[in-house]
Each structure stands twice: as structure tokens, then as C-alpha cells.
Ligand binder design. Structure first.
Ligand SMILES: [Zn+2]
Ligand SMILES: [Zn+2]
Ligand SMILES: [Zn+2]
Ligand SMILES: [Zn+2]
Ligand SMILES: [Zn+2]
Ligand SMILES: [Zn+2]
Length: 477
């Protein structure tokens, strides 16, 4: 196997992904797109049990096997670490820290031959069957246990860290005991919930969907450090690594850095223009997201990002060029921030297009088109959103990334995507008539397909750069 390639990716649970041995030859390429799957609460519980069974099949731990779960959660569900620690010479110390009785040492408890035993909480006498202990020296009646566990679970929200009620004892209560003693359905459910929650939160290959109201988790089957954009079944896009809104292809740390200065006030300040046509100076009102402007009075076409003539502006205005070769960092930052802010503003406006797109789809259907035939419009607006989102992020990327000959290619790609996006956007600002419907449809289809291809080209190039270490990033000014 070419291990060099493999180091780029850290496999998670690669277990059954490979097929039979004879299918594994050097031509098997590692998938470049990370795969994520959405998991329901039941599936998470199943997965948790799978972990426990796997470990138990390797280390045959006698008797109190639920200790495995407690031990696993102690190693943050790292199976290998647990196995290492179980074979470590300091094994006893590990059990102690995890509050688990050494399962290899548990002696069958000698109980006094007396028929009646006293509960150490309520001091009443009970028959042996009604007294429960964890194998330590402390035993309580079922009622006292029930009360104790219910308070711990329902009021304190503890699950994993519940220990024997005796002060300084510190032996963790296992799942089987909890389930046997607690009969109230709500408390049992809360216990299960706390348990799965901790499993997800401590497991590096799992993450709860951040969308409010969504109870699904996402599991990463393999991760690539720079490709963390995942999508939950509920539709939420987010960064698997930091849980924030998706910011592909910007690494989390750069995004965090950028956010320090990212606020609407700064955007307002930097994107404020004299709102006049650069040619005839009549007042310009911009309602749409498109940055390719046409003056209503004199028909002059210009770029809203730089106010330059649209026609003479073939190479775009995405790249920062200092007037006199002296790089002024403040100006450089303003250049990128302004463009980031303008695309962010455009995205905001274009996200509001849903209603007008829906009514355009109705209009087209009224003109005799089928439901299927008009879906291209919704697809096109989704492509437009993704293009804007990517453009926003490419300006953050462009600001941070250090000079490299590949940066020039990146800038060409960025410029192409920008032009493709504006060319698509302008069609959402046009009114539909019976005469132009067919033409608009063809144009929107062509331009959205083109936009999608430009997105892909730009992204793939950035990712290729991460793989080949072309990109180095400067820190914030
Ligand atoms: Zn009692
Ligand atoms: Zn105890
Ligand atoms: Zn979700
Ligand atoms: Zn992130
Ligand atoms: Zn004008
Ligand atoms: Zn421009």
C-alpha cells in the first residue's frame, strides 16, 4: 500500500469498508470526498453497543462486563487506547481513576449468613433479595437506591458519573443496575439520552447536528482535514470539525480569525459607495444581488464591486493590486473584506428570491409548462446561493493565503466564478413574459450549469493545493 497517500486521511472505523483481499491492489484509490451518514438515536445506541461488544470480544472480562462502557467512555471511546490500558502494567490505577472495580479481581462477595440485612441509608432491615450492592462494602435497599438514582439522573443530569452513595467509595454504578432499579419510564429515557449524548460528544467520528430541533447525529466514515463540510438529513450544512455553519474550503482556524472582524457594521462601512452611476452620475438604487449593474438612465454597464466599466473589465477586479508596489496591509484587508461583504450582502438578497422564484415557476406552469419542466429554476437559484457562498469564502482564502504561483490560477478561477455568478444572478431580476420565457429558460439552464462547473473547478483546485501543500497562510494583521 502506498502509505504516503494514506497519511493525508485518517480513517475512522474503516473496519468493513474494504472488500476481499484480492480486490485490494494498488489501483484502489482512497475516496477523495469524505463520506458522512446521518444517524438516529436508535442507531447511535446500536453503534455504542457495537463498540462495547467489539472490546469485550477482544478482552474477555469476567462478570461485570458493563464496566466496559464506563471504561470506554473514560478513554473517550477510543477502543485502541482502552485495549492498551487494559494490557498496561498500571491497569489497577486505570480502574481506580475510572471508578470501576477491577473486573479481573472481583471476588464473589461473602455475605453474612444472617437472613436480614440493614440498609445503610434508611436503617431498615430487608431480606437479602431486596438489598443491592455494587460489590463494594455498601448495600442499600431498592427503594433508597431508586430515590438516589432518580435524583442523580433527573435532577442532576448525571449518568456516567453516578457512584455508590457511600462517601469516598467512588465505585461507578453500572447500566444493568440502573435499569434494574429505576422503573420510571421518563427517568430511564433520560438516562439513555444522557448516555448516548456523552457517547456522541466524546466520539471523534460523531457529531450532533447543530440545527435547533434536529435530534440526528452525523457520523464521519472518513475525514479529510480540509474537507469538513457535511450535511444532515434535515438539510443543515455544517462543518464537522467545529460545528459552525459550513465554511468549506476555509480551515476552521482561519475562519475563527476572520470572524473577529466580521460584523455587519464593518461591512456597511466598507461597502458604502457614492450611489451614483460612474458615467452620468444619476442616483443608482440596487435592489437585487447581481453586481453587474446597468444604469437605467444612460445604459452604462459597470461593476458594483469596483465601479469600473463592466466591458473593459475582462480580467475582473478580484485581485488586490497595490498602486505603488508598497503593500499596505490595511488596504489589502479592505479590498478582500469589501468583496467578501458585498457577496455576503448579495447572498442575503438572493436567499430572499425563493418567493419570486416560486411565483415565476407558477407563471411558467400557467404558460403550459409541466411541473417537471419548471424545476430548473429552483435548482438554478440553489446553484446561485452556493456560488455566492463560495465566492464569499474565496475572499477570506485570498486574504490569508501567501503568494504562490498556484495563487494566480486560484485568482483566475475566482474571477471566472464571479463572472459566471453575476451572469446567472441577473436573470433572477428579469420579468418573465410569454415572449422571453423560452429564452430565459435556456439562458438560466446554460448559465447555472456553467456556474456549477466553475464552482467545482475552483474547489477542486483549492483542495488539490491542500493535498500538495501549495497553500501557506499568513496570520491576521
Ligand atoms: Zn433503605
Ligand atoms: Zn460503595
Ligand atoms: Zn439535522
Ligand atoms: Zn469548522
Ligand atoms: Zn448612468
Ligand atoms: Zn469590478
Amino acid at each position: 500500500m502506498d502509505s504516503d497517500d494514506e497519511q493525508e486521511y485518517f480513517a475512522m472505523d474503516s473496519g468493513d469498508e474494504m472488500n476481499s483481499d484480492d480486490e485490494m491492489d494498488s489501483s484502489v484509490s482512497i475516496p477523495k470526498i469524505p463520506s458522512f451518514e446521518t444517524m438516529t438515536a436508535d442507531e447511535i445506541v446500536k453503534l455504542m453497543n457495537q463498540y462495547i461488544e467489539e472490546v469485550e470480544s477482544i478482552v474477555e472480562m469476567p462478570a461485570t462486563t458493563t464496566a466496559t462502557r464506563i471504561l470506554l467512555s473514560h478513554t473517550k471511546w477510543d477502543k485502541q487506547e482502552l485495549l492498551d490500558r487494559l494490557t498496561d502494567e498500571n491497569r489497577d490505577e486505570f480502574f481506580k481513576v475510572a471508578h470501576v472495580q477491577n473486573p479481573f479481581k472481583v471476588q464473589p462477595k461473602k455475605r453474612p449468613t444472617r437472613k436480614q440485612l440493614t440498609c445503610s441509608i434508611c436503617f431498615s432491615d430487608f431480606s437479602q433479595l431486596d438489598i443491592v450492592g455494587l460489590g463494594c462494602d455498601h448495600e442499600y435497599c431498592k427503594d433508597c437506591w431508586r430515590q438516589y438514582l432518580t435524583i442523580k439522573i433527573s435532577d442532576d443530569g448525571h449518568a456516567e458519573s453516578i457512584c455508590c452513595p457511600a462517601t469516598k467509595c467512588g465505585i461507578a454504578v453500572d447500566d444493568v443496575t440502573v435499569m434494574q432499579l429505576v422503573s420510571d419510564e421518563n427517568t430511564r429515557q433520560k438516562y439513555q439520552h444522557l448516555m448516548t449524548n456523552s457517547f456522541v460528544e466524546h466520539n471523534h467520528s460523531l457529531r450532533w447536528c447543530p440545527s435547533p430541533g434536529c435530534s440526528l447525529a452525523v457520523k464521519a466514515n472518513h475525514l479529510i482535514a480540509y474537507r469538513q463540510n457535511c450535511k444532515c438529513q434535515c438539510g443543515q450544512n455544517f462543518c464537522f470539525n467545529c460545528g459552525d455553519d459550513s465554511h468549506d474550503p476555509i480551515p476552521c482556524n482561519l475562519m475563527k480569525n476572520w470572524k473577529k472582524n466580521d460584523n455587519d457594521k464593518t461591512i456597511e462601512y466598507l461597502t458604502k459607495y457614492t450611489k451614483c452611476c460612474p458615467k452620468c452620475h444619476s442616483i443608482i438604487e440596487k435592489n437585487g444581488g447581481c453586481n453587474h449593474m446597468t444604469c437605467r438612465k444612460c445604459n452604462h454597464e459597470f461593476c458594483w464591486l469596483c465601479f469600473g466599466n463592466w466591458k473593459g473589465h475582462g480580467g475582473g477586479c478580484n485581485t488586490y493590486k497595490s498602486a505603488d508596489d508598497v503593500v499596505d496591509d490595511q488596504k489589502r484587508w479592505e479590498h478582500y473584506f469589501k468583496r467578501y461583504g458585498l457577496h455576503k450582502k448579495s447572498l442575503k438578497i438572493e436567499l430572499g428570491l425563493v418567493e419570486s422564484v416560486n411565483s415565476k415557476m407558477d407563471e411558467l406552469q400557467a404558460m403550459g409548462k409541466s411541473w417537471n419542466e419548471v424545476q430548473f429554476l429552483m435548482k438554478a437559484v440553489e446553484i446561485l446561493w452556493e456560488s455566492r457562498r463560495q465566492l464569499m469564502f474565496t475572499y477570506i482564502f485570498a486574504y490569508f493565503v501567501k503568494t504562490h504561483h498556484q495563487k494566480t490560477i486560484f485568482e483566475v478561477n475566482q474571477c471566472d466564478l464571479e463572472k459566471a455568478t453575476e451572469n446567472l444572478s441577473q436573470y433572477f431580476e428579469q420579468d418573465l413574459t410569454k415572449d422571453n420565457a423560452e429564452e430565459i429558460k435556456n439562458n438560466v439552464l446554460n448559465r447555472s450549469n456553467y456556474c456549477e462547473r466553475r464552482q467545482k473547478t475552483m474547489q477542486e483546485h483549492i483542495f488539490e493545493g491542500f493535498e500538495n501543500n501549495w497553500w501557506a497562510f499568513q496570520s491576521f494583521i
